[in-house]
Design a protein around this ligand. Structure first.
Ligand code: NAD
Length: 320
């Protein structure tokens, strides 16, 4: 059994709220920290939504939900948030300077025993180990979106992480019902995001270049039996994180398509406050997004042919 019973979550956005809620549901005592009260208020609304999902999908009782709520507290004060933490998991924006700044502020506030993990999607523990002031107790513990059904935790260390910290993190992951996925080496994107980020980027390129509609991209993907396509995933991931990842890696790799995709997501979604599922709108509108309609993958009526042909024709017309 791990000694990690008191968790502090840094960042209460899309992933922070899910990991905090899930850990509390599994019996951990959780403090949720964010920089702004508004962010904490938004996360409480998200948690209400997860409570409903845990009842409907996992069979949680009212008593289970109440108990999870009792184990959660919220604060915007970093010092008190971590004063008694066994484990701190950082889930602030995928922007290296924000993460570094937070680790630097955090370092002098932590109890000696505290293990620190980052939930970064694409960065490395060695990028931040020095900032934490406790490299031997720092690693990644990467949770996937929709933690209640994508129950994996990717565990990645840097060369200075102690074996004890790694073991504690693995035990914590198992205690909250995760399948641990140990990484043998540092890898930007772990296992999951090594293909998931390129998938979303490739799909976004089709939209950015006007090649296919988001719905048709998702139809094509969902024909294989998946209940969500890449454009639907943009909404679940959240447009802020999608933008941060594509912008950072677009610049880093001098990838013109990725940078255009980042700009597209910023202009069409982030700047308009259409941040994806949790905001009620992204590529789809929620609740009841189009991809959940029973006829989303159906063969259309024959009468729809001219409308579909017109889409194809708009490209061939250029050739005439
Ligand atoms: P988000 O934008 O939804 O939430 C980030 C939260 O951090 C916000 O509530 C914001 O107010 C807060 N924040 C900003 N600066 C802060 C600071 N200095 N201190 C404390 N809080 C601060 O982002 P997200 O999607 O939850 O992503 C968070 C991290 O988790 C990122 O590293 C991301 O790559 C990773 N992640 C995201 C997903 C996903 O599907 N969204 C999946 C796995 C991992």
């Amino acid at each position: 059994m791990s000694t990690l019973n008191r968790l502090t979550m840094l960042g209460s956005g899309v992933l922070g709220a899910q990991v905090a809620w899930h850990s509390a549901f599994k019996g951990k005592t959780v403090v949720i920290y964010d920089i702004a009260e508004e962010a904490l208020e938004r996360s409480k609304i998200a948690l209400d939504g997860y409570a409903v999902i845990y009842q409907s999908d996992l069979g949680a009782s009212e008593a289970d939900i109440d108990a999870a709520r009792q184990r959660l507290t919220y604060t915007t004060d970093l010092a008190s948030a971590v004063a008694d933490a066994d484990l701190v998991i950082e889930a602030v924006p995928e922007v290296p300077s924000i993460k570094s700044g937070l680790y630097t502020s955090l370092a002098p506030l932590l109890p000696e025993r505290t293990i620190v993990a980052t939930n970064t999607s694409t960065l490395l523990p060695s990028d931040f180990a020095a900032d934490t002031g406790r490299p031997e107790k720092f690693l990644t513990l990467h949770f996937a979106n929709q933690i209640w059904k994508m129950n994996l935790a990717e565990i990645m260390a840097h060369e200075g992480t102690s074996r004890d910290a790694i073991t504690q993190a693995v035990e914590f992951a198992i205690e909250i019902g995760m399948v641990p996925i140990p990484l043998r080496k540092e890898q930007n994107g772990y296992v999951l995001n090594s293909w998931f980020v390129p998938l979303l980027n490739a799909a976004q390129t089709l939209v950015t270049k006007g090649i296919a509609t988001p719905e048709d991209i998702d139809r094509t993907y969902m024909m294989s039996g998946a209940n969500l396509g890449p454009m639907g995933w943009f909404d679940v991931v959240g447009m802020t994180t999608a933008y941060n990842v594509m912008s950072y890696w677009g610049h880093k790799n001098d990838d013109a398509d990725m940078l255009s995709n980042a700009e597209y997501v910023k202009e069409h979604f982030v700047d308009k406050g259409h941040l994806g599922l949790l905001s009620g709108k992204g590529y789809y509108e929620y609740p009841n997004p189009a991809y959940q309609r029973p006829d989303f993958l159906a063969v259309p009526e024959i009468g729809a042919a001219p409308e579909i042909a017109a889409i194809v024709g708009s490209a061939s017309a250029v050739l005439h």
